[in-house]
Design a binder for this molecule. Structure first.
Ligand code: UD1
Length: 392
């Protein structure tokens, strides 16, 4: 107690200048990670997982993003220092917007370069999206150790541009097609704590009892799944259908008609625009029907459930097909290209999984064998290693 009192007294009498010097010394010994990520959940969620882990390790963490990306920062730990940077893309907008792209990026690079001179980050990591351009470009100019994390099996536009200018490309899925000279390392895609809690949860094979089907279409939902899946389920033989309980994520505008369809066909279904408890629903499912966005694939694999995957045909570089490859080749999932998707053939595939308990169990195990529950730890190890290479 006495000791505590002395320390407390000392804090009270510490002069502002002394405190500033002490805090300055602390900041100098504390390593700094600068993360750069663009405006979608797909880029921001892995960045959030890394931020949480690096803060736990005692690092300072900064995130550079733009106004669109800032909408996804609500879940980041409070001690993440978030800055908005000027950037732009040639991929959108009219002539005037395109004319402003170069000056906007240049302004962002100049700001980041000044910040980096002041802050001296130990490592810069980009997660993709055009708001990550300024930080990666400034780090390249100043020779700051840098790497990228690519969530998909095909590099996004920004990551492709920087892949050979960074020490490492940490890949969410494997194989990822990389340009010659790029150093790829398979780390996996970080998953949420609620997913990790259900890692390898025992699979209850399909049988003559209530069974669950989960239908998910990425963070926004997918119209095609609302058009085809309810009809496919309605087309199943009655002895199978009567055991089913469906959780169906539908886009807001489709929610009412999908709910009505299931009700009209006497199918027990819960339809919502987003299931916050999706890890529990994956765990309870005998079958998951899903798009093959990077995080959905990672979640299904870490928990280990049979899946029917319908990759988004318009995804850049067909990356959703590449994302599905590992799970499909291992035997954990069936892939149906959008062009071949209709309710009759989907009904056949659903019935094939749900009437073969042994086959479904094999699929669940195969899916689990591709899961990477420690993806965040692997990413942390790469960041630490990169910082030690230049600062032994
Ligand atoms: C339409 C589009 O461009 N999608 C891209 C976007 O994915 P998008 O963010 O749409 O999809 P992902 O599959 O990567 O992530 C969705 C996440 O939301 C969860 N979930 C889903 C439904 C639900 O009701 N509740 C819930 O929690 C999933 O389990 C998963 O964890 O970025 C990904 C990573 O760059 C890409 O692979 C995708 O191609």
């Amino acid at each position: 107690m006495r000791c505590g009192a002395v320390v407390a007294d000392k804090r009270v009498v510490e002069a502002p200048a002394e405190r500033q010097e002490r805090e300055g010394r602390q900041e100098m010994t504390q390593k700094l990670l600068l993360m750069a990520a663009g405006g979608t959940g797909g880029h921001m969620f892995p960045a959030q997982a890394l931020a949480e882990a690096m803060l736990r390790k005692g690092w300072r963490v900064k995130l550079s993003t733009d106004a669109r990306g800032a909408r996804y920062t609500g879940g980041f730990p409070h001690s993440t220092e978030i800055t908005q940077v000027s950037s732009a893309t040639f991929a959108r907008g009219g002539v005037l917007a395109k004319a402003l792209v170069a000056p906007r990026i240049a302004a962002g690079v100049a700001t980041m370069a000044l910040d980096m001179r002041r802050d001296r980050p130990d490592v810069v990591i980009g997660f993709g999206g055009y708001p990550s351009i300024p930080a990666l470009a400034a780090a390249t100019l100043l020779g700051v150790p840098r790497m990228i994390h690519e969530q998909n099996g095909v590099l996004g536009r920004v990551n492709a541009r920087f892949a050979t200018r960074v020490a490492q490309v940490a890949c969410g899925v494997w194989p990822t097609s990389l340009p010659e000279g790029a150093q790829g390392v398979h780390v996996g895609n970080p998953v949420r704590a609620a997913v990790l809690e259900r890692e390898g949860a025992p699979y209850i094979p399909p049988g003559d009892y209530p069974m669950s089907i989960l239908v998910i279409g990425g963070s926004q939902g997918a119209r095609i799944l609302s058009d085809v899946v309810p009809e496919a389920i309605a087309a199943l033989p009655e002895e199978l259908r009567r055991h089913l309980r469906v959780s169906h994520q539908a886009r807001g505008e489709d929610e009412a008609r999908v709910t009505q369809f299931y009700a009209d066909h006497g199918i027990d279904a819960e339809v919502r625009p987003f299931f916050a408890d999706v890890p529990a629903r994956i765990s309870e499912a005998q079958l998951v029907i899903s798009r093959s966005g990077a995080s959905s694939i990672a979640d299904i694999a870490v928990i280990g459930r049979p899946a029917i995957l319908i990759p988004l045909a318009t995804a850049a570089g067909d990356h959703q097909t590449a994302n599905a490859r590992g799970l499909v080749e291992a035997g954990g999932a069936i892939r149906i290209p959008e062009s071949a998707l209709d309710s009759a053939s989907l009904a056949e595939q659903i019935a094939a999984v749900l009437t073969n308990a042994q086959g479904a169990t094999k699929m669940a195990h195969a899916a689990l064998s591709t899961g990477i529950p420690n993806a965040t730890d692997r990413l942390v190890a790469l960041v630490e290693h990169l910082s030690e290479e230049v600062d032994p």
